[in-house]
Design a protein around this ligand. Structure first.
Ligand code: TEU
Length: 567
């Protein structure tokens, strides 16, 4: 074929093919994945039974959102015991059984680490309450006297990410109105004081505990939040500071992305490296802007990976996609780290729905029955194309449970069933994240769509989930499940996760095109994504091997469709 005009945007170092540089990691949100006991809440034995499904899907590893002992005030991101499993999900023995089966299938298991805050029911916080002001027990959290004549006002004006004040006043052991403690998230998630040596040591011990049980790494919750400006100055800016449209860098805020966090992660990396081969990894959840700041987390002696949220937030426009893909690879390459692509997780509107929202507008935190309902067919078409792009890019990628079924967001949940603290703390102004956390449909004809042995599901499944159940899609050419399986299979075969990337030039304003060389140029693969109205012909001589949707009669790529072609 005529050679394509290309511009190199990423050169892979063929010498380094460590597993995490190209792994596809599947996120399990335990309460909504699979239920073994019929109580309507997913659990570890349920997940264990589905491991063969994940193996057949073709992922390399699984990341579990928290399953630790927790009052579940934030669905487990409020941990009361970091070294045990909540009975809701099973036991340590269940986890060990799951890990055994996963490893036997060649699947690695990553667990969630929540270091910014504990539950208020954690023994340390209970001890802090009981011990009173000025005690060493209070030092492990961020307690302050209140402002105002009688300490009746919070120490500063920080708000909670979930809405409402970021401080709560406690009642002292003698019954008097007392000090205030900081909680960047829910009132039941007091922030730990990372200046305290015991806090630092405790998390090293927790990491060691789970590595000793055989986990392959940790996804680290709000990794950019641990260190606060010691002056705790007032802050009137936005707490979210997400996305390229924000005027300020994230670290303008006194609670985000302080330089002091990096020392903590260097100590964690040193510990993990001390175990030797195979690599155990750290993946940062750091909502940090601009991307150069995010790259600091993945320097050689810190995290292995950091979620690329700029890609997740990218508007469905060719120029934005091209710009963000190139920029992401550039900043990751500047520190020798892999890009870590992601389109959905348990905190954001599912991409099969999000991509049907008006392009360029800020993503809502949840969609409700009274909101305009996004076009499901359009969303799915774009989601399949977006995933085809994502899995064709070099680096690692995360897949959120249910996206392989093309699940849309649940956009009509009854408000009285919502559980996300965001909904309550914003006085129902924000619906929150329940809509992306609905139990998975496994069997179309079964009660509860086969989520568990009975009909119970902790949130109701939308009617359209029946047609998307795994058993309906299994083995059906063209289904979203089969598309994911094919993408993952071909990605592995053609070593796309380890390739170099060249942008194809001259395709026009509305087309995204790359050549992924595969490892050492062995498997040059053309990726084409058409966001324009007119179908785009595949270059002569290129042979389409995977397509996110049907091609036109003469083999061209229609709108909102992506293909991989052998060249
Ligand atoms: O999320 C961090 C975070 O700041 C956002 O994802 C935020 O929760 C969301 O945009 C609010 O609407 C992590 C976890 O992924 C999330 O589930 C937890 O709730 C949060 O930390 C607190 O642990």
């Amino acid at each position: 074929m005529t050679p394509l005009a290309t511009l190199s945007i990423h050169d892979h170092d063929a010498a380094d093919a460590a597993w995490w540089r190209h792994a596809v990691i599947y996120q399990i949100y335990p309460r909504s994945f699979a239920d073994s006991d019929g109580n309507g809440i997913g659990d570890l034995p349920g997940a264990r039974a589905k491991l063969p499904y994940l193996k057949a899907l073709g992922v390399d590893a699984v990341w579990f959102s928290p399953f630790y002992v927790s009052p579940q005030a934030d669905a487990g991101y409020d941990v009361a015991d970091y070294r045990d499993i909540d009975p809701l999900f099973g036991s340590l023995a269940d986890f060990e059984g799951l890990l055994h089966d996963a490893n036997a299938l060649g699947l690695k298991v990553i667990v969630d680490l929540v270091p910014n805050h504990s539950s208020d029911e954690h023994p340390w916080f209970q001890a802090a309450l009981a011990a009173g002001p000025g005690s060493p027990e209070r030092e492990r959290y961020i307690f302050r006297d209140g402002a105002g004549e009688h300490g009746e006002l919070p120490p500063n004006n920080w708000k909670s990410v979930f809405g409402g004040p970021g401080w709560t006043r406690v009642t002292e052991p003698d019954g008097s109105a007392g000090q205030w403690y900081l909680h960047i998230f829910d009132v039941k998630q007091p922030d730990l004081n990372w200046e305290h040596p015991q806090v630092r040591q405790e998390f090293l011990d927790i990491i060691d505990f789970w590595v000793s049980r055989g986990v392959a790494g940790f996804r680290v919750d709000v990794a950019h939040a641990l260190v606060k400006d010691p002056e705790l100055p007032d802050w009137d800016g936005s707490l979210e500071l997400l996305g390229p449209d924000e005027e300020q860098p994230t670290n303008a805020a006194p609670m985000w992305d302080k330089d002091g966090v990096h020392e903590i992660y260097r100590s964690w990396r040193a510990l993990l490296d001390s175990y030797g081969e195979p690599d155990r990894i750290l993946c940062a959840e750091a909502w940090v802007n601009p991307p150069e700041r995010a790259a600091l987390y993945i320097r050689k002696d810190e995290f292995h990976q950091a979620f690329n949220f700029d890609f997740l937030e990218c508007p469905w426009r060719a120029r934005d996609l091209k710009q963000i893909v190139a920029k992401s690879l550039e900043v990751c390459d500047s520190v020798g780290a892999p890009a870590t692509w992601v389109l959905s997780n348990h905190d954001v509107v599912r991409h099969a729905t999000r991509l049907a929202l008006p392009v360029g507008e800020r993503r809502p935190n949840g969609i409700g029955a009274n909101d305009p309902q996004p076009d499901t067919a359009l969303g799915l078409r774009r989601a399949r194309a977006a995933t085809t792009l994502m899995l064709g890019l070099p680096g690692s990628a995360y897949v959120y449970q249910g996206e392989e079924l093309g699940l849309p967001e649940a956009t009509a949940l009854p408000d009285e069933l919502r559980e996300d603290p965001v909904y309550f703390r914003t006085n129902k102004a924000e619906l929150g994240r329940d809509g992306c956390r609905v139990p998975l449909p496994w069997v179309a004809g079964a009660p509860g769509l086969g989520f568990g042995p009975g009909p119970k599901t902790w949130l109701p499944q939308p009617a359209e989930y029946a047609a998307l159940a795994a058993d309906v899609q299994q083995g059906v050419p063209g289904s979203t499940l089969e598309l994911y399986r094919e993408l993952l299979h071909v990605r592995r075969e053609r070593e796309l996760g380890l390739g170099s990337l060249r942008e194809v030039e001259g395709l026009g304003e509305e087309v995204v095109g790359y050549v992924n060389t595969g490892l050492g140029d062995r498997y040059p693969t053309l990726l084409l994504l058409n966001l324009g109205a007119e179908p785009v012909p595949v270059p002569e001589g290129a042979l389409v091997i995977v397509a996110s949707g049907e091609l036109t009669e003469d083999g061209a790529v229609p709108t909102d469709t992506a293909v991989w072609a052998r060249i």
